[in-house]
Design a protein around this ligand. Structure first.
Ligand code: ADP
Ligand code: MG
Length: 255
């Protein structure tokens, strides 16, 4: 290795800039053959490193968010889910709701894509540099109940407050006891106008009284949740049954 190359390798290591180090030989060749200015070359080299850091940060945040699967807006089939306007969802993907500390509520029967969309929006947020945490409603309640038992509920809610987006999946799959309903209410009201939530439920708001055990708690919760929120109602058949011919009459039983 020639002297300057050795020295460069050393400097890149000191700067912890492996992407720039790897890109250097090719970029230098291109710069020479295309007669770049020094400034162009410096920009290209530094951009290689920052791009790589951004995407690594994004991947780290996606991992930390603990999504149950990887889903994207690009793979969402809007032709199948015709009750949603594509524009509305793609606009949510621009993350204005996150900057405005607003919520998103996805309501609809099982299999209609609520979890898919919540993950896809969460991944967008991760890639844009925001921290996200995904859990089912049951898991959130367990986490908060644990904190409460250890007398650190307040600190836990504070910690969560600093995460700009929490996803609460599957509200309503299991009814809450009064303690659980209260913890859920605290989570929602603590974040009110301070940080965003994405909430999914298979039950319409009219069924939330049953989930939370009483109509007053449910109404207070819904009030906080929807005051600054985009509510998306998903309809139709489960996407999981898409390739089955639902219109086909059942085969005649063998005589
Ligand atoms: P829900 O949370 O509403 O019960 P999911 O989001 O889990 O439904 O969707 C069930 C499965 O079908 C997932 O694998 C999801 O990726 C897929 N899916 C649902 N709707 C769509 C859609 N419109 N386009 C593409 N995949 C979809
Ligand atoms: Mg789901």
């Amino acid at each position: 290795m020639s002297r300057p190359t050795t020295e460069l390798a050393h400097l890149f290591r000191q700067l912890k800039a492996p992407a720039a180090a790897a890109a250097l030989p090719k970029l230098a060749d291109r710069a020479r053959s295309e007669e770049w200015t020094y400034e162009q070359f410096a920009a290209a080299l530094l951009k290689t490193e920052t791009d790589s850091r951004d995407s690594h940060g994004g991947q780290a945040r996606i991992k930390a968010a603990r999504f149950p699967a990887r889903k994207t807006l690009e793979e969402f089939d809007f032709a199948f889910q015709s009750s949603l306007r594509r524009d509305t969802v793609l606009h949510l993907g621009q993350l204005d709701f996150l900057h405005g500390k607003e919520n998103i509520v996805l309501l609809g029967p099982p299999g209609t894509g609520k979890t898919h969309l919540s993950i896809a929006l969460g991944i967008r947020a991760c890639l844009a540099g925001h921290r996200v945490l995904f859990k089912t409603a049951t898991e959130w309640v367990a986490l908060l109940a644990d904190a409460q038992r250890q007398s650190r509920l307040d600190r836990e809610l504070d910690r969560l407050q600093r995460i700009p987006l929490l996803i609460v999946d599957e509200v309503g799959y299991i009814p809450f006891d009064p303690e659980a309903a209260n913890l859920m209410f605290m989570l929602v009201s603590r974040r009110y106008e301070r940080a965003s939530l994405i909430v999914t439920s298979n039950k319409p708001f009219s069924g939330w009284g049953e989930i939370f055990g009483d109509d007053v708690t449910a109404a207070a919760m819904i009030d906080r949740l929807v005051h600054h929120a985009e509510i998306l109602g998903l309809k139709g058949d489960s996407y999981r049954l898409k390739d089955r011919d639902l219109a086909r009459p059942p085969a005649a039983p063998h005589a």
